[in-house]
Write a new protein. Structure first.
Length: 610
């Protein structure tokens, strides 16, 4: 079973949500567009520059044997061969910029690379990301548990390091030391290989030995199908584990990784979309100018950058595309890829409007885009999400209904898309809570159940499912829904036993269950979950603790924790509206301190919008 780039993006998103981001393995194919030669190109260069050294190598039998050619050179000759490509070459290609975007977005935990070049670390630094760098040609691989992520691990050394492993003998000897690290990597996180053939060093047999099917493994290559691969060992490995190892063909690193980052909405990076704001944010790390000589160059520059940042460069770029292609007629005769690029420009501009909470303008833009290509998955899905954000902001039933209809339209394009099903479920849940509507809440449960049929341990879905069930239990005064909600929380605690929001939400659910069922035996369990959550992360628990104690009629504790939440800026978003509507706080609603709190929040809200 293969995947397209949209499905790979969904897998990366799921892995991030489950706090198991992907590990990427990268090879020479990721660097060729930066003019770093492949193994075959280096062999040709060796033959040209060092003909005497390689005169005893059979040019036909060993024409692809990179390790053998490198072993014919002494270490100084190897350094001289690689220096122009690895040390002197300062180019950065787009595959590494896209990798840096994915790492910055939290979709990649770690990159393990067979390359000597520093292109990825330079791309990361360019975007303001500074991952930890490890050189496993000289480091002790048994200390892998000390790695600080996000990170880049050079498996065979760095161009600027003291050791680069080139020959078959060198990589084979070194690979034996990596077994524990590779086993732990493959057994802890899903992985994706890109730009790596698997036939140029001794690493692949180790991968084959240590892979135990604990997590999914995706292998990409330029050949169309798995059967076309040169390396028989790779072909056999992928077919043997075909349910959870997947080959994606006709993949070229720059194109694939850019498309992947686009799908996950972390491309283009802010350096390119708004360089003024990006540089201003980078300068925040610099201490204030220390001299009182009237030449505060830092303040002068940041002031200018802040002013320019209000006029984002990418806004004019995207709007130029939209002006050129305002309707379906204007795109007639264009290739499918060109139309997709136009749709992407619409989507990016609409997302900019979303970021500024201009949801009506964003919606209008999506309607315009969908008149060009009505079945574009990304624009349909993001239009739905825009309507959901708008409905949540306005607390408006009609906008929720528009969002729900749009989610239905989107699901006709891709019925089993977990993200779309999840957001549709959230929209139905929000509408159900707003209207106190049983049908909407039950329909939200149906969407979550569809996801759990596909991905039984999808953490976010289990959490939202539990909330819908709890809301139904309160609305219907039906203990069976509370029991069903508790089952979901128990599943969650098996997956994430120390997640503070799960613990505190479960505590509140148990307390409501005990009140409805007049069963105080649940109170001690509820209390223990709340106390554990407060111990693990009090800041994130203060609001839920206040709700818990308000429900318990312990008004002093409710006051204590709600004021702590205000003090530590951990009240929910749209605090005035949220606290005004939250029924869990009904027992303290007429306390003077609570009235004063609402007044402060209202004044802050007015000041922010002034």
């Amino acid at each position: 079973m293969s995947f397209n780039v949209q499905e790979v993006a969904q897998l990366l998103k799921q892995a991030k949500e489950n706090e198991k981001p992907y590990v990427f393995f990268t090879g020479a194919g990721c660097s060729v567009k930066a003019d770093v030669p492949t193994a075959t190109a280096l062999i040709q260069e060796i033959c040209k520059k060092f003909p005497i050294q390689v005169k005893n190598i059979d040019p036909e039998k060993d024409k692809y044997n990179y390790g053998k050619y490198m072993s014919a050179l002494d270490k100084d000759e190897r350094r001289r061969l690689l220096k122009p490509h690895i040390i002197d070459n300062k180019k950065i290609n787009w595959s590494h910029i896209a990798l840096a975007c994915l790492m910055q977005g939290g979709y990649i935990q770690r990159v393990l690379t067979f390359n000597f070049d520093s292109i990825l670390s330079r791309a990361c630094n360019l975007l303001g990301l500074h991952p930890s760098i490890y050189d496993f040609a000289t480091a002790n691989p048994h200390l892998y548990h000390l790695i600080n992520d996000p990170s880049i691990v050079h498996l065979h050394g760095q161009g600027t390091g003291f050791v680069q492993l080139n020959t078959g003998e060198e990589t084979e000897k070194h690979t034996a030391k990596l077994g524990e690290f590779i086993a732990a990597t493959l057994n802890s996180n899903p992985s994706l290989f890109i730009g790596y053939s698997g036939n140029a060093d001794a690493f692949f047999p180790l991968l084959e030995e240590k892979y135990s099917e604990q997590h999914r493994l995706i292998w990409t290559g330029t050949r169309e199908t798995c059967d076309d691969l040169e390396a028989e060992s790779v072909k056999t490995f992928l077919k043997k584990n075909k349910n959870i190892t997947h080959y994606i063909g006709k993949v070229f690193a720059d194109d694939f990784l850019i498309q992947l980052a686009k799908e996950l909405e972390c491309f283009p990076p802010e350096l390119f979309s708004n360089p003024y704001r990006f540089l201003d944010q980078q300068l925040e790390n610099i201490q204030s100018y220390p001299l009182g000589d009237g030449l505060d160059i830092l303040a002068n520059l940041t002031g200018y950058l802040k002013e320019q940042a209000e006029k984002p460069v990418n806004k004019s770029l995207y709007t130029a595309v939209i002006h050129k292609y305002p309707n379906k007629e204007s795109t007639e005769g264009l290739a499918e890829k060109a139309i997709d690029d136009i749709m992407w420009a619409y989507n990016q501009q609409a997302q900019l409007l979303n970021n500024n909470h201009e949801y009506e303008k964003s919606s209008d833009l999506y309607i315009q885009a969908l008149n060009i290509k009505y079945d574009h998955l990304g624009c349909n899905a993001n239009y739905s999400n825009t309507l959901l954000a708008f409905a949540k902001q306005e607390k408006n039933e009609l906008i929720f209904q528009r969002a729900n209809q749009q989610y239905e339209n989107t699901l006709k394009i891709q019925s089993n898309n977990i993200d779309i099903l999840g957001n549709y479920g959230i929209s139905l849940q929000e509408l159900g809570i707003l209207k106190q509507d049983e049908i909407s809440l039950k329909n939200s449960c149906k969407q979550f159940e569809k996801i759990l049929d596909i991905e039984p341990n999808h953490v976010l879905t289990l959490r939202y499912y539990a909330i819908s069930l709890s809301q139904l239990a309160q609305l219907k005064q039906d203990v069976s829904f509370f029991e069903a909600a508790c089952i979901q929380y128990e599943k969650l605690l098996i997956i994430q036993p120390d997640h503070v929001n799960i613990l505190s939400n479960y505590a509140i659910t148990l307390l409501k269950y005990s009140i409805l069922n007049s069963d105080t035996s649940l109170n001690s369990q509820a209390s223990s979950f709340l106390e554990k959550s407060l111990l693990l992360n009090p800041n994130e628990t203060y609001y839920n603790a206040s709700c818990y104690y308000a429900l318990s009629n312990n008004t002093e504790s409710a006051k204590k924790y709600l004021l702590e939440a205000e003090k530590n800026s951990t009240l929910p978003r749209s605090s005035f509206k949220h606290l005004s509507d939250d029924k869990d706080l009904n027992n303290v609603r007429y306390e003077q301190w609570f009235i004063d709190l609402l007044k402060r929040l209202k004044e802050e809200e007015i000041a922010e919008t002034a």
